[in-house]
Design a protein. Structure first.
Length: 355
């Protein structure tokens, strides 16, 4: 009878052991939310930046995002088949990775760029380390850095917003550049390109709405904020991360640039808002403690502005997220709450060994 008690059975005091009980360590948390439901909420939130990208640049960003999603899902499916493990495509995490990566791209990159990026994100960053929950860094952010290093010219070639009044010609116009690979005729500067020289000349309303050059899903601050608000209301993300990240970035922008006129353009330009909401909040790569989360988010804000101010790259969001993702295991290891009722053992003096 005693042997049964050690195998997940509970003695009820009447000589009968109750079977089929699960014995596990604390915390004992139950929730109706599943990985699939959480990913579905993220997809819904990403629909706002995706719709904004179509209104700003036409249908080519939608095509790029579809290629990215399809490549990510197919890559995960093939790897699961090769490894003969449970197919994880249905949890929708590959779809989310593909959407985030597609929206991080300039709206006129060649068609092969999202394919290569999605394969790298899923095969190398995610599945090589064991799949969802075991990746060392955010797959989309890491893939974006990989693409930036591989095709710097292409990844920094941004297009001007289209004229919706031109109808179908404008909506489908950027397809010709993505196929011909010649985008020199339509490239335009992003707000960050003139940010250091003349921030007062930047139109904040255009930056808020997205009527500027930049990556497809990142330019419309209002669309990103709508998606972020949805995730916050649904309690899908830890809202402390984007708030601390953005707040720290604003603080260090003021410190390093010495002028308040740099603060709002700095928040609205580049991928700061998008990265803070959709990439920095990844469950697998963010800390588990409150203090760790604060250090993690503040570190991203500091690194982002250091790269902008003193680095050669105009933008540092993806790199800041990657670096702090790498630091996360150390934060979880050394900022570990003590168990309830823990008493630190007294120090014992070492006995001297005499000859």
């Amino acid at each position: 009878m005693r042997a049964l008690a050690g195998k997940g059975n509970l003695y009820n005091g009447s000589g009968i052991y109750m079977k089929n009980l699960t014995v596990s360590t604390s915390p004992h948390v139950s929730s109706p939310k599943t990985t699939r439901s959480l990913m579905l909420d993220v997809i819904i939130a990403l629909a706002a930046p995706l719709l904004a990208s179509i209104l700003i640049y036409g249908f080519y960003p939608l095509f790029l995002t579809a290629l990215s999603v399809g490549s990510a899902v197919l890559t995960e499916y093939i790897i699961c088949k090769i490894r003969n493990i449970e197919n994880t495509v249905t949890d929708l995490s590959a779809v989310v990775t593909g959407m985030i990566l597609g929206l991080c791209l300039p709206p006129v990159v060649p068609f092969y760029v999202p394919i290569v990026g999605a394969v790298f994100a899923v095969a190398i960053v995610k599945m090589l380390f064991g799949g969802i929950g075991r990746n060392f860094a955010n797959p989309a952010a890491t893939a974006r850095i990989f693409l930036m290093l591989s095709w710097t010219g292409i990844m920094t070639a941004y297009a001007a917003p289209i004229d919706l009044g031109a109808g179908a010609e404008a909506l489908f116009g950027y397809f010709r550049y993505g196929v011909s690979l010649d985008i020199s005729a339509i490239t335009t500067a992003t707000p960050l390109a003139s940010y250091a020289a003349a921030p007062k000349n930047l139109n904040l309303l255009n930056m808020f709405l997205g009527n500027i050059g930049g990556s497809a899903g990142e330019v419309s601050a209002v669309a990103v904020l709508i998606g972020g608000a949805y995730l916050g209301i649904r309690r899908v993300i830890d809202i402390k991360i984007p708030l601390i990240y953005i707040g720290t970035a604003m603080l260090f922008t003021l410190i390093f640039y010495g002028n308040i006129s740099y603060v709002l353009p700095g928040v609205l330009s580049g991928g700061l808002l998008f990265g803070a909401v959709f990439m920095a909040t990844d469950y697998s790569t963010s800390p588990n403690t409150v203090l760790g989360t604060v250090i993690y988010a503040a570190g991203m804000g500091l690194i982002t502005i250091l790269i902008r101010r003193f680095g050669t790259l105009p933008e540092g969001v993806s790199l800041a997220i990657l670096l702090m993702n790498i630091v996360t295991p150390l934060l979880d290891k050394y900022i570990n709450p003590k168990p309830f009722g823990y008493v630190k053992p007294p120090k014992t003096k070492k006995k001297k060994i005499t000859g």
